[in-house]
Structure formats: structure tokens, C-alpha cells
Design a protein around this ligand. Structure first.
Ligand code: DLL
Length: 438
């Protein structure tokens, strides 16, 4: 394979052909679920719905949503529709409360996942000649293994670094002449800071060309910073355990949204509060229906991820719809003094100050009757070295910016470089100490 596409026929299929293909696969997946799954049969029966009532893609709006609550209630294998022997791999997402969300995959599901990860890596320019450092966690999290399977199919050389041991990773990235980096954006930022400490200039000392970052929301400003500091091209990759892991969608070289692999998934956006289906282009919660899954198929699965869809033609030639970068999760929304606030709004404020590093921590508490709202931000090493700012003015400017963006005032605390905790997996941006006090 040496062309631009991993699978040109599929990736550049005319939209009408995609729709026809999706309808055929959707009917098959619905029949399969109705026949094999007690869970889906009950959902259909309760809604007075039969598989033959779904004759068009619009008809799928009649199907009730599947939620994270359904998965937790049916933990561990209640959503699995095949015999236990047919499940050959299990992963779980990193939720912190209650039962974890399990992904249980058959051989078919593993093959699809590997194919989609190969297609995704290839879309960013990854080839057999590449050496890829996979610094996503290997284990129950789908990040490490997902990249591993995809890179293996492409024939790239794999360095399965997993999380942690930052200094050693940097040494290996240098000595093994790694060309691609795969990790969370927050770990990429940490790697880049550590390189600066160690006196390594990635542009001169390393062979890194591109990075595939995802698994958590990150802003375009962070993407720009990583690109600039590491001298690489950064790509956003999205996915979730319930669908397959990473490989549901990926940015192409145009960096104008993430192509959703629509030969395997149908995407809808809905109003997260009312459940109403929104027209293309309106921001809302992403809802996915799997078309080819055999272990744990998902019909109208509510992700809680907020984004919007664009079906217009992409300059790269791919016809698959694009989702905008995830701006946040509906369940990450904090209600502080009655105002809805997303961590991404704070990130937007923080990232507009060149004196600040990319780390921040939102601390919310309720010591008495009222919520307190504090934001800890960190000075960048560069700002400290140049010493060309006034701390009080900077603090008041950040406070003003947060107020403009969110509508409420925050206590801003500026801390020294390196003081806020770093993540080698997904970053933790919020400390809500009100839990249990409400
Ligand atoms: O995070 C799969 C993954 C691994 C994606 C590596 C990309 C790279 P889960 O642990 O199940 O799976 O978490 C899924 O993470 O619903 C989103 O809220 C968030 N997420 C994943 N990718 C992105 C992204 C993996 N590119 C949850 N941007 C999803 C923003 C993301 N959020």
C-alpha cells in the first residue's frame, strides 16, 4: 500500500452510496440485535417497534437510545449477544464511579478495530517505514492495544512504551529514531516540558514527524503549542470502548474535522437535554449506532460527547462525515452558582495567555451556602525566565477573561512551573469537593 488512502474505494465512496450501504447494514444490525439480544428485544417491544418498521435511515429515530446507565446496569456481560466463548478480548473505560463500562469483542470486532486503526494511522500519513512510540496505557484502556493492532497491520515498527517513565521514553524516542508519537495530549505536553528540562530540542535532536493524540478533550490552541514545541504535525483521534476503542474518527491532513468511518458507524447529534435529533451542523451530543459489531452491538448509543457534524466534501477527497473536535462532555458540565460551565471554557481562557503553561485545575467547593470557584494556573518556564510580566496584572487579566467567557468570577491562583499534577493518561482538570455536601 503506497497511495494516499488505505482503502480508496470505501474512503471516497459517493455520499449516496454510503447512505445506501448504511441502510442495508443498519437493517442487518437491527435484525441481529432483535434476534439475539434480550436487552434490545425488550427495548423494541416496550416501544411497540418491530425491526421491519425501520425502512429508511430517518426511521432509526424511532429506536430508543442506549445509555451508559444501560451498560452499567447490565454489567459485566448483559449487553453481549453472542456465547461467552465467542468473546476473545475485553476492555474497560476509565470511569471512576460505579461499575466500569465494559467492551467485549469477538474476532470479527477485533478485525474491524484493527482495520479501522490501520486506516486511521494511514490517514495521518503513517506508513510501514514509521517507528511509532505508543505511550497510551496498555491494559484495560483501549488506547495502547488499539494503536498496537493498527500499527501492526500497517507494518510499522512499534515501541510499546505504555504510560510513565517519561525520561526513559524520551531517551528511547531519541535513540530509536521514533517518527510517530501516540499518547494523550496532556502526556504530549508533559513529554515536551520534560524534553525542555533535559535540554533536548525535539526539532533538532529527534526524528519525530507526527503525533496522534486523543482520549480526552483538548483545544486547538494546545494542538498548536504541541506542534510548535515539538516541530511535529498533530492529529486528533477519537473513539470509545463501547464502539471499539480509538479509530472511530481521525483528522486527515486538512485538519478540518475528524472523519467518522461511516461504513461502520452511523452518527447523529441530539440535544442532550431533550433528546431531540438536531440538524447537521448544530452542536449537540453525539449518538452512534454500530453497523458491523457482533459482540456488543450498540443501537443509538449516547456518548455524552459534545460536537457537531459536517457532511460537506473534504479537500482530502474522503467523503465520510467529519465531526468537530469534541468541545466537552455533557457530564463534565459543572453547575457553579447556578451557571453551567465546561472545563473547555477555562482552557480557552488559560490558553489565551502566553505567560501560562497548558496545565490548569478547577477547584469547586461549598464550605457554606455558596459555591466557591477557584482556578489554579501555572506560569510557563519561558515567562519565569524572561520575567516580563506583572503577577497582579496577569492575575486580574485572567480573572477578567474567565468572567467574560463564563459569566462568573473565579479566584485565580498563579503557581510556579511544574506545581500542578501531570497525567500520563487522561488529565484530571476538575476537583469538585462539593460531592457529598449537596
Ligand atoms: O479514550 C479511546 C481512545 C484511546 C481514543 C486513544 C483516542 C485515543 P474510553 O476510555 O472509553 O476510550 O473513553 C472514551 O474519551 O467518550 C470521550 O469523552 C473521550 N475522548 C476520546 N477521544 C477523544 C478526543 C478512549 N479525541 C471517551 N477528543 C469519549 C475528546 C475524547 N475526547
Amino acid at each position: 500500500m503506497d497511495g494516499k488512502y488505505w482503502n480508496q474505494k470505501i474512503e471516497t465512496m459517493p455520499r449516496q452510496d454510503i447512505k445506501n450501504y448504511q441502510l442495508q447494514k443498519l437493517k442487518e444490525q437491527i435484525n441481529y440485535c432483535y434476534e439475539k439480544s434480550r436487552f434490545y428485544r425488550k427495548k423494541f417491544d416496550d416501544a411497540n417497534l418491530k425491526p421491519q418498521d425501520i425502512q429508511t435511515l430517518d426511521d432509526m429515530q424511532k429506536i430508543p437510545f442506549t445509555t451508559k446507565g444501560d451498560l452499567k446496569d447490565n454489567y459485566p456481560f448483559g449487553m453481549v449477544v453472542v456465547s461467552p466463548d465467542e468473546i476473545i478480548e475485553v476492555h474497560a473505560s476509565s470511569g471512576t464511579t460505579g461499575n466500569p463500562i465494559i467492551g467485549a469483542y469477538t474476532q470479527n470486532d477485533m478485525d474491524v478495530w484493527q482495520e479501522l486503526m490501520a486506516r486511521s494511522i494511514y490517514t495521518t500519513g503513517g506508513r510501514a517505514q514509521d517507528i511509532i512510540n505508543i505511550a497510551y496505557g496498555y491494559g484495560l484502556f483501549t488506547g495502547g492495544f488499539g494503536f498496537h493492532y493498527g500499527a501492526q497491520k500497517i507494518g510499522a515498527k512499534i515501541v510499546p512504551a505504555s504510560c510513565g517513565m517519561t525520561q526513559r521514553q524520551i531517551k528511547l524516542i531519541k535513540d530509536l529514531e521514533v517518527t510517530m508519537l501516540a499518547c494523550t495530549p496532556s502526556f504530549a505536553v508533559y513529554l515536551s516540558e520534560t524534553m525542555a528540562h533535559e535540554g533536548i530540542d525535539p526539532k533538532k535532536d529527534l526524528k519525530l514527524k507526527r503525533g496522534l493524540f486523543g482520549a480526552e478533550p483538548w483545544s486547538s490552541k494546545i494542538q498548536e503549542r504541541i506542534e510548535c514545541e515539538m516541530g511535529i504535525e498533530a492529529f486528533d483521534i477519537y473513539g470509545l470502548t463501547e464502539l471499539c476503542g480509538p479509530g472511530v474518527s481521525i483528522e486527515c491532513e486538512e485538519h478540518a474535522g475528524l472523519h467518522i468511518w461511516e461504513d461502520h458507524f452511523i452518527v447523529e447529534t441530539i440535544d442532550p437535554y431533550t433528546g431531540e435529533v438536531l440538524p447537521e451542523g448544530r452542536e449537540g451530543e453525539l449518538v452512534f449506532t454500530t453497523l458491523t459489531k457482533t459482540g456488543m452491538p450498540m443501537l443509538r448509543y449516547r456518548t455524552r460527547d459534545i460536537s457537531k457534524i459536517d457532511i460537506s466534501a473534504c479537500r482530502c477527497g474522503r467523503t465520510h462525515a467529519r465531526m468537530a473536535r469534541v468541545s466537552g462532555r455533557s457530564d463534565d458540565m459543572l453547575i457553579i452558582r447556578g451557571v453551567n460551565i465546561f472545563p473547555s471554557q477555562i482552557e480557552q481562557a488559560v490558553m489565551s495567555f502566553s505567560e501560562l503553561a497548558t496545565q490548569y485545575l478547577i477547584v469547586v467547593d461549598r464550605p457554606g451556602a455558596l459555591d466557591t470557584f477557584a482556578v489554579k494556573v501555572e506560569l510557563s518556564e519561558k515567562a519565569v525566565k524572561s520575567n516580563q510580566f506583572n503577577r497582579n496584572t496577569l492575575k486580574s487579566d485572567i480573572q477578567k477573561r474567565i468572567h467574560i467567557i463564563t459569566g462568573i468570577s473565579a479566584d485565580v491562583e498563579i503557581v510556579s512551573p511544574g506545581e500542578l499534577p501531570r497525567a500520563d493518561g487522561k488529565a484530571k482538570r476538575v476537583l469538585d469537593m462539593r460531592k457529598g455536601k449537596m
